[in-house]
Design a protein around this ligand. Structure first.
Ligand code: TXA
Ligand code: MG
Length: 324
């Protein structure tokens, strides 16, 4: 099992140990405000390979590079004016920008899977302090086996990757609980590659641009991680349930009971008070809890589609997609 260091109790030891392990070319699980990441030195091909290996992730799926400040970002990518405004407004935070990689950038091509762009983000929380001390960008996908639910706690990481990992930094439950929103600016157009923890409406409000959404399933895969069947629990998933069938696990939203609940394996409410922010923070943990109940199917009650609901529903549709 991996060593877990609580960053709230031993911040200095956490940073030092993390940097030592990273310098050895080994991945470390780090807490970000979105989900826990599996981080490695983005400039070292062997270290990046270890991420793909540990996750069982296809190598054509590029990784996000995490930076501690704008200066570090500027050493690796070129900002257009719209992307710069987004970075200044929303970093550190749950926003990933896809930007052209600079020729001088030392981020290895394995991190970008050979693309000429980099996905780049300045995370909030303890991980940013680790990057600042390490002094180089960290490539980090979510710290889960490829295709499974992203981890929002150190315990989730330990249960999934603990036997392969050396070190997990524990900063408590992830504040946001959904992966970052990914956008790409092209010729003054703003495209949403993945809905996530930053509400797309906030991006539109800041830039005055209408964000373009990907076509429904089947469109060109621009963020290759967005293949169908992703974020999958072990159980089957049934969406928009208006009643619970015997033995199903139920995850609902908004505090209202559904018919048939008495016969459910477990009933969880993402936010009894109807907060989408709270629902996002609870989503992955509740999916894991429902899975652990042993039910063959997890039924989800209806969830509003505005604001963060867009990203929540996106993850649920992927969880419900036919498994490949
Ligand atoms: O919140 C997050 O974004 C978390 C934390 C750890 O930062 N990371 C995360 O990474 O969700 P991952 O690997 O699970 O998802 C990264 C997504 C993938 O869908 C990948 O295809 C896309 O980012 N991506 C990365 N670089 C890209 C690029 N150059 N062009 C297009 N998509 C890119
Ligand atoms: Mg992931």
């Amino acid at each position: 099992m991996a060593e877990i260091i609580d960053t709230r109790i031993e911040p200095e030891r956490a940073i030092e140990k993390a940097c030592a392990v990273l310098s050895d070319g080994e991945p470390v699980a780090i807490p970000t405000e979105t989900v826990y990441g599996l981080a490695a030195d983005a400039t070292t091909p062997d270290a990046i390979s270890r991420i793909y290996e540990m996750k069982g992730r296809p190598r054509f799926n590029p990784l996000i590079c995490h930076v501690c400040d704008l200066a570090m970002a500027e050493a690796h990518v070129t900002f257009d004016p719209v992307s710069r405004r987004l970075a200044e407004a929303f970093w550190p935070g749950p926003l990933t920008l896809i930007l052209p990689q600079r020729r001088e950038s030392t981020v290895h091509t394995l991190a970008s899977a050979g693309l000429d762009t980099l996905g780049i983000r300045m995370p909030d929380g303890f991980s940013r302090r680790v990057i600042a001390r390490f002094g180089r960008p960290l490539a980090a996908p979510s710290a889960n086996t490829s295709g499974k639910i992203s981890p929002t706690s150190a315990a989730h990481v330990q249960a999934d990757l603990g036997s392969r990992l050396k070190l997990i930094l524990d900063a408590g439950p992830a504040a946001i609980g959904l992966e970052s929103t990914i956008v790409k600016v092209e010729n003054g157009r703003l495209r949403l590659l993945r809905p996530g923890g930053l509400d797309a409406a906030e991006i539109e409000a800041l830039t005055g641009l209408a964000i373009e959404r990907p076509e429904a399933a089947g469109a060109v895969i621009e963020a290759p991680g967005m293949l169908a069947s992703h974020y999958a629990p072990g159980a089957a998933v049934r969406l928009d349930a208006d009643e619970v069938r015997k033995g199903e696990a139920l995850i609902r939203f908004g505090g209202e009971a559904l018919p048939g609940e008495a016969d459910a394996a477990i009933v969880l409410d993402l936010s009894p008070g109807g907060s989408l922010r709270e629902a996002a923070a609870n989503l992955f943990d509740y999916m894991k809890k429902a899975d652990a109940s042993g039910a063959a199917t997890i039924a989800f009650g209806p969830i509003p589609s505005e604001g963060l609901g867009e990203a929540i529903i996106d993850r649920l549709q992927r969880a419900a997609a036919p498994r490949g």
